[in-house]
Ligand binder design. Structure first.
Ligand SMILES: *Cc1c(COP(=O)(O)O)cnc(C)c1O
Length: 333
């Protein structure tokens, strides 16, 4: 199967599995798992943050992040299409009584700071207390402009807000900027990383911030059911991913650019390509048929009027050549 639905579909390879098998473990709820501790320390060092926390999923990492920033009756400003507003079942509101204040992002994925400023509530009994600005990098594949990171940081310092970055795919941004993680994450208070997307681990995310914050987050992780026991088996996969699968994200970006070019040449209406994602227009009346045709030829896509195709470490150029051939064959029928 050639699976282009998401970069979450990767399977652990032999070397990663061997690292998992060999991992020393302990009970992480007691703080006793040496591999979890190694992963957390490694990620903290890499990002210049004081501490890190290993969690089962990116959704829980974002939820715990919001719960650790905001109390009941407080609010976070966030993009309309941000994962931690739109795609997490309203967790912050449902479980934290935290009010989201969504605003429209600009086409480059940034939240315009003048619009953010207009949404910050004055200190008045009518309003929720605005506590946090939450950004996403990358956002739908888009890398936030690098100078915006510093502007958002300085803005939040002036306005007395905390700044969280949902960095599920932050390493795709880091590889695109061609800098270190620390040069990106110095411009936020807290951020998350998904180990289970392009980095290729089967499970796991990290939340990073200062020591006091991560201490609060550890309590929220326990309360939300994310305190795991011999989790070192999973953390080992995360360590392997951070050590071996970061620089190679460039291949995924190059493959996505190649696929965009080849599909355009084959007559497809490729709307855009950013990092490891491309978005292709498909006539409404052919959407279902395209999905079935591809599946019948061992290619999995999320067929839609705008179909998102995602490259990752289990996809190579030959397979993409096959996808282009199938695409062309389907649309010339
Ligand atoms: C996938 C994703 C998450 C959530 O990760 P899960 O591990 O699937 O819960 C959060 N934010 C963004 C931007 C994502 O793409």
């Amino acid at each position: 199967m050639i699976d282009l639905r998401s970069d979450t579909v990767t399977r652990p390879g032999r070397a990663m599995l061997e690292r998992m098998l060999a991992a020393p473990v302990g009970d992480d709820v007691y703080g006793d798992d040496p591999t979890v501790n190694e992963l957390q320390n490694y990620a903290a060092r890499l990002s210049g943050k004081e501490a890190a926390l290993f969690l089962p999923t990116g959704t829980q990492a974002n939820l715990v992040a919001l719960l650790s920033h905001c109390e009941r009756g407080e609010e976070y400003i966030v993009g309309q299409l941000a994962h931690n507003y739109l795609y997490e079942a309203g967790g912050a509101a449902v479980l934290g009584s935290i009010q989201p204040q969504p605003i429209e992002a600009d086409p480059d994925g940034t939240l315009p700071l003048d619009k953010v400023a207009m949404k910050i509530k004055p200190d008045d009994i009518h309003f929720a207390r605005t506590r946090l600005l939450s950004l996403e990098n990358t956002h739908n594949g888009k890398v936030l402009p690098r100078d915006y990171l510093k502007q958002a940081w300085e803005f939040t310092r002036e306005r007395n807000l905390a700044l969280h970055v949902d960095g599920a795919r932050i390493f795709n941004a880091v590889v695109d900027y061609g800098c270190t993680l620390e040069e990106v994450t110095r411009y936020c208070d807290t951020f998350t990383i998904c180990l289970s997307k392009g980095l290729g681990a089967p499970v796991g995310s990290l939340l990073l911030g200062n020591r006091d914050y991560i201490k609060r987050a550890t309590r929220w992780r326990k309360m939300t059911g994310g305190g795991m026991r011999q989790a070192g088996i999973l953390a080992a996969a995360g360590l392997y991913a951070l050590e071996h699968n970061v620089a190679r994200l460039k291949e995924d970006h190059d493959n996505a650019a190649w696929l965009a070019g080849a599909l355009r040449e084959a007559g497809a209406d490729v709307r855009r390509q950013d990092t490891n994602m491309l978005f292709v227009r498909v006539p409404q009346e052919r959407v279902a048929e395209l999905g079935e045709y591809m599946k019948a030829h061992d290619v999995l896509i999320s067929a839609a009027p705008v179909t998102r195709l995602v490259t990752h470490l289990d996809i190579n150029r030959d397979q993409l050549g096959e996808v282009v051939r199938l695409w062309q064959a389907f649309f010339s029928r």
